[in-house]
Design a protein around this ligand. Sequence first.
Ligand code: SAM
Ligand code: SF4
Ligand code: SF4
Length: 338
Amino acid sequence: MEKTIIKDTLNRPLRDLRISVIDRCNLRCQYCMPADKFGPDFEFLPKSALLTYEEIERVSKIFVKLGVEKIRLTGGEPLLRRDMPILVKKLSEIDGLRDIGLTTNGILLEKYALDLKNAGLKRVNVSLDSLNDELFGKINGRNIGTKPVLDGIKKAREVGLGVKINMVVKRGLNDSEIIPMAEYCKNNGLQLRFIEFMDVGSTNGWKMDDVITKKQIYDMLKEHYELEALDPAYFGEVAKLYRYKDTDVDVGFISSVSESFCSSCTRARLSANGQIFTCLFNGNGHDIRNVMRNGATDEQLAERISGIWGDRNDRYSDERTAEANLNRKKIEMSYIGG
Ligand code: SAM
Ligand code: SF4
Ligand code: SF4
């Protein structure tokens, strides 16, 4: 397939697309959708505002022609959207797309793993911040224990999906779980990625003091394990990976706060209602849903996307400490996905 490679103002190509398929979630993780801010009266997007699967497929095909090689489905909780395997199937048939992944909290994974695998999904990232039921229930704001997530992970592996685990670490909340999670994942051959608590959105009360940095977590791990650094597998790989010595198990860090990686950021994000965001921390989306619904041709859509990417100059994490940046309008993580 003929691809046109487009680059932004900092010479970064467009390679990845993260698609949020829904803004709702069955959990209320403190660091993402705190229950007191996302209560029963919170107004989520109406169904008519969400991109249909046909619209997502159409936009994805255009993104692939413009260089995208990987698509990640996320949310909100993507498995709350009805018939996700149908969307996965549509996307898996796109010529030129190398990889499709899904990020989920795992609660509904046991139910859908086989259908997702049969639809063409290769990999899932499952979020799990603690193995302690009580603490996990407190973090997820719904008092749900770890069992459904662990069952989901088990099922996903049984049906042949690749599984990685994401753990957001927040000081004073789940730092005590760093070593138990590392041990569990190592013993079960699962890649665990520690994610630094980020200042996404404006509802999670982020403070720098709450961040446990990659270096701090690494130092804790080093007290228990011998680790060997691995080279990045490709340009723009987000996680920095290490291997437990004498094993084939890796552990990674997503250090967006302490060691930013904007210079190799090749990701565009598409919100559930069809807005393109060029950075996790850029509050200004570019509508594409209405453009599509008003009858734009594929060529016109491609031109619009190329223009948006061509104008991109985001490097928020590189500039995080600037006062103006900390106070700027930001979009919620649940709205555009991780
Ligand atoms: N609901 C799905 C899940 O939790 O995996 C997908 C959406 S969630 C927004 C995507 C990822 O973002 C999850 O791994 C989650 O832990 C992470 N995340 C959410 N808020 C975060 C924050 N403030 N800092 C760092 N990571 C965050
Ligand atoms: Fe839901 Fe995922 Fe956000 Fe937790 S991190 S509230 S599971 S969207
Ligand atoms: Fe990419 Fe923005 Fe994150 Fe930098 S801050 S890595 S530009 S999403």
